[in-house]
Ligand binder design. Structure first.
Ligand code: 5GP
Ligand code: ZN
Length: 108
């Protein structure tokens, strides 16, 4: 089982800020911004290239839900979403996840 599947199963502790049937949102263990969350679909797949209709619905759900969480996540002034895909992007966990960065003016 991958590290995010273990987090979803409750086998590895995390700071969970939101959960529903499709996804969890946790704090990144090594934050790269003042606010750094990971939005993780509960279904395990690594890459957007592995998308099918069902997975597209899950990603759509994540993207639609995140703006609703802005206030409680401290992201009212804006935020950045990042999805690393593969080696050149530095993807280290091969379970699709959306980085959510904000809480300050981000570089670049
Ligand atoms: P990637 O480089 O794959 O896009 O991002 C993986 C992210 O997961 C990294 O920012 C890393 O800090 C985070 N991460 C890795 N292991 C854990 C963990 O056990 N708990 C939490 N909360 N974040 C993790
Ligand atoms: Zn997984």
């Amino acid at each position: 089982m991958c590290v995010f599947c273990k987090i979803i199963a409750g086998e590895i502790p995390s700071t969970k800020v939101y959960e529903d049937e499709e996804m969890i949102v946790i704090k990144d263990i090594e934050p790269k911004a003042k606010c750094h969350y990971l939005c993780i679909p509960k279904e395990h797949f690594a890459l957007l290239a592995e998308m099918d209709d069902e997975r597209a619905e899950i990603v759509k759900h994540c993207l639609a839900k995140l703006p609703m969480l802005r206030k409680e996540l401290g992201l009212e002034n804006g935020y950045r979403l990042v999805i690393n895909q593969g080696e050149d992007a530095g993807q280290t966990v091969h379970h699709l996840h959306i980085h959510v960065l904000g809480g300050e003016t981000l570089p670049w």
